[in-house]
Design a protein around this ligand. Structure first.
Ligand code: ATP
Length: 282
């Protein structure tokens, strides 16, 4: 028995950091948005053992892969004797700010819950998921949502318009921890306006959404990698309306009216050493 599951990536339409907590995590407030770009997991039921293979974007298939961690966590928590053979078709760039690892972990939890007939609720899966990564609960929910706490306190929002998204991922990856280390929360002068973005999304006009985009981590990552500024300028020049870094980066995204416009604009981009993907908000 087996099943095939899509694991969607995300972008941050807003990302604000409110405070640094004593445990080293940060309290955040962000508007998360699923995108059509997805990995695909093929999961087959088997006895006990967890096996992982992968194709596409290069990613480790060892014990550090979040798919294996998610499967082991589920085994430990439920005491099931079942195992799984999992094949990952990796399309989401790795260490990119697109929640590639978190969404694979979320898809594994969903898939194995069904395949092993564990009967866990989405809430229970989310509680397990946050142990694997702060973005895993959102990836279990999908769509558009406000995330608070370390990212696990979610308020779903009405479906957003299907704006096109042009993603530009430079050849290097970024460590989320390193970016947070470079952030001085007390010195932040400007914060994204979460409520205004919620209104703009409801109103559905691209220019209004573009005006409200904001990410307080952007200046930290741009300070580490100044070449990201050029990518931002190029995306604006070709006609993207709102241009922002996603998560802790380094992926820069630009918004367009729809997926067709994103495909057209992506074709015009000549950015050496960058992966360019045209996708859409879903
Ligand atoms: P986020 O936006 O949630 O901060 P990200 O997009 O910046 O995540 P990921 O692609 O999740 O970053 O990769 C972060 C780290 O997780 C990488 O160092 C990678 O090796 C590791 N990792 C573990 N499992 C996976 C997986 N299934 N897919 C991608 N990366 C994984």
């Amino acid at each position: 028995m087996g099943l095939t599951i899509k694991a969607h990536g995300k972008i941050n339409l807003t990302l604000d950091v409110l405070s640094r907590r004593p445990d080293g995590y940060h309290d955040v407030e962000m508007i998360m948005q699923s995108i059509a770009l997805h990995d695909t997991l093929r999961i087959e039921d088997q006895e006990e053992e967890i096996m992982l293979t992968a194709a596409g974007q290069p990613v480790s298939i060892d014990e550090d892969n979040l798919i294996i961690k998610a499967a082991r966590l589920l085994q430990q928590q439920t005491g099931t004797q079942r195992g799984a053979k999992i094949h990952l078709q990796k399309e989401i760039p790795v260490a990119a700010g697109l929640a590639g690892g978190s969404t694979d972990a979320a898809a594994t939890l969903r898939g194995l819950n069904e395949l092993w007939q564990l009967g866990l609720s989405r809430k229970q899966l989310m509680e397990l998921g946050v142990r694997l990564g702060a973005d895993v609960p959102f990836c279990l929910l999908g769509g558009t949502a406000i995330a608070r706490g370390i990212g696990e306190e979610l308020t779903p929002l009405p479906a957003a318009p299907n704006f096109g998204v042009v993603l530009v991922k430079p050849a290097f990856g970024v460590s989320t921890a390193a970016v947070y280390r470079g952030l001085n929360v007390a010195s932040l002068r400007q914060h994204p306006r979460t409520n205004s973005m919620v209104d703009a999304l409801r109103f559905g006009q691209l220019s209004a959404v573009a005006d409200e985009l904001g990410n307080v981590l952007e200046s930290v990552t741009l300070g580490l990698y100044p070449e990201l500024q050029e990518i931002k300028e190029t995306l604006t020049e070709v006609g993207c309306q709102g241009v922002l870094m996603s998560g802790s980066g380094p992926t820069i995204f630009g918004l367009t009216e729809d997926a067709a416009a994103a495909i057209k604009l992506a074709r015009q981009l000549a950015l050496p050493n960058c992966k360019v993907v045209a996708t859409a908000m879903v």
